[in-house]
Design a protein around this ligand. Sequence first.
Ligand SMILES: Cc1ncc(COP(=O)(O)O)c(C=O)c1O
Length: 356
Amino acid sequence: MNMTGVADIIVTKAKQSKLKDMDLKNLPFGKFFTDHMLEVDYENGEWKNAEIKPYQPLLLEPSLAALHYGQAIFEGIKAYKNAEGEAYIFRPYDNFRRFNISAARMEMPEVPEELFMEGMRMLVDIDSNWIPNLKDHALYIRPFMFSTDEMIGVRASEKYKFMIILSPTGPYYSAPMRINVEEKYVRAVPGGIGFAKVAGNYGSAMYATSQARKQGYDQVLWMDALEHRYVQECGTMNVFFLIGDTAVTPNLDEGTILAGVTRDSVITLLKEIGYKVEERPISIDEIIAAYKAGTLRDVFGTGTAATISLMKELKYKDYIMQFDVDSWKAAPEVKRRMDAIKYGLEPDNHGWMYKI
Ligand SMILES: Cc1ncc(COP(=O)(O)O)c(C=O)c1O
């Protein structure tokens, strides 16, 4: 691998910043992008042409392999500013590692740590004025890689592009969700790509999600593909069920669930607060039994976008479970602690915040 040195990343600054036309308050998620982007090519076994340049369209051949055969992976990370205006990224090494796990599964080249981390750090630093200095706001970081062979033929591409773009986002207000437990369609199977952050996982989820929306539900709760009994994930979030004083979340062993960075952080914080946490298979029957027994409390999803999203209703076949989310204690306390760490209001005892 040739491309290791930071000096290899060329920086071409935008002539003008778009920031003067922007109001960084209450922005929608993923709609606006900063002044710059990182673009790197992989060719002949080497990473090359690493450049931070003005955010701009790409010129691509219609035969581009990614558009046909779907070697495309991505990550989602957030940068924050504390009260002193210092910029930090939340747990970026975890996303870096997950990115290369996705790459390996899709027969794509790994991105060297220095290129990923330093490319991201330099880009966020150059566009650091775009990190909103406001509560509940952040700069969303989207690293992605796709195959760029210009040839129609089903085989792993020889060329790739690795890129990072940045999007300032406002508060992610997610009202407590109504969830449909999905009985027919599946997101992931053992031996498949559920554990990887692959574009196709999201494309294949859209039909079931639209069907649920038509029936007035916000998201689907994915079940295991073989028995339709065990819970996997909710939309693009990991899930937690507090039963008594034990938080249960599906274990990752089968490779059907994305190992969420938020999931891992929530497990740590729940334990610190004093809850027991079990990572194990959890069936819909167990959830219904706990609901009937009155021991099912906080039910929530976790992810980078919203941190924690409460569920107020779960529908399984004709059975509807409704929850009094206002009475919950665990999920709000975890969110409060996590936000306090992200915005520098409480000490970061876990080394989660990476200074720009
Ligand atoms: C399918 C899926 N599950 C879970 C998550 C949550 O992962 P994280 O907490 O790393 O954002 C995401 C979002 O990245 C996701 O897309």
